[in-house]
Design a protein around this ligand. Structure first.
Ligand code: KIV
Length: 283
């Protein structure tokens, strides 16, 4: 168990005031959450990217509320002191403010999350406001929003043109005014991220591939450790190749079982001679 103090909204805003960058990664399971707790991570995102990284779908859209709750609860058990953001999956908030509030509440009540995140700009400000008014900390997500990848024309950098950049800047302010405690900017140019961060008054701006000017950084865990076989986005730095380590271990296991060098006596359990003899007498 770790003896860390629980990371709260207060802790996060203090880091912003002290110009200390906030650390944030995706995580979907108990053992990884346990390691993140030990590593001193500030925040975890239980992202709907689990549909791709954990369940093998091609997009995030198939993630359901039940998937998200089950994984968020596992992460909470592994990381009791990290600030956990539950990611609202496709169609869990788009239909109405009421749907959004009910599903946000499930992340808090059933999974022990500290907050939720949802994707979208000015059109989602009323969802953020409804959730915040229900007492749930809410975060926005602008730029590349994977749930709308079809409408955005794919997984592309957003806000490169002046007009689209202005739309993102206005949306960030609208979400802040609606009560969002934070906004994630995914794949927007660094200069746009800088403007939004400088204009934020009471809102934490986080970057995923949007440069160094935000109050903190997010990466997808599977991209950092060579654990997602389909592609590696440009913004992801590989911090270690766990995929290669695991693959080598798996190959060695196949080899050792095949050539009978595994298992060895230390890998199995025995019984006393007298018990064995008594058993043989019974057979
Ligand atoms: O689901 C997720 O991991 C996300 C990130 C891409 C920001 O929303």
């Amino acid at each position: 168990m770790s003896d860390r103090k629980k990371v709260t909204l207060h802790t996060l805003f203090n880091k912003v005031s002290n110009h200390e960058p906030i650390t944030w990664l995706t995580c979907y399971d108990y053992p990884t959450a346990y390691l993140m707790e030990q590593a001193g991570m500030d925040m975890i995102l239980v992202g709907d990217s689990l549909a791709m990284t954990m369940l093998g779908y091609e997009t995030t859209l198939p993630a359901t509320m039940d998937d998200m709750i089950r994984h968020s609860a596992a992460v909470r058990r592994g990381a009791p002191n990290v600030f956990i953001v539950g990611d609202m999956p496709y169609m869990s908030y788009q239909p109405s403010v009421e749907t959004a509030i009910r599903n946000a509440g499930r992340f808090m009540a059933e999974a022990g999350c500290d907050s939720i995140k949802l994707e979208g700009g000015i059109e989602m400000a009323d969802r953020i406001q409804g959730i915040v008014n229900s007492g749930i900390p809410a975060m926005g997500h602008l730029g590349l929003t994977p749930q709308s990848a079809a409408a955005l024309g794919g997984y592309k950098v957003q806000g490169r043109a002046a007009r689209s950049a202005k739309k993102i800047i206005d949306a960030a302010k609208a979400l802040e005014q609606a009560g969002a405690f934070a906004v994630l900017l995914e794949m927007v140019p660094d200069r746009i991220c800088k403007i939004i961060t400088e204009r934020a008054e009471n809102c934490i701006i986080m970057s995923l591939g949007s440069g160094p000017h935000a109050h903190g950084q997010l990466l997808i865990y599977h991209d950092m450790f060579g654990l997602y076989p389909r592609f590696k986005p440009r913004m992801a730095k590989v911090f270690g190749n766990a995929g290669e380590v695991i693959l080598n271990g798996l190959k060695q296991y196949v080899q050792e079982v095949s050539d009978k060098s595994f298992p060895q006596p230390e890998n199995w359990f025995n019984m006393k001679d007298e018990e064995y003899d008594e058993l043989m007498g019974m057979l």
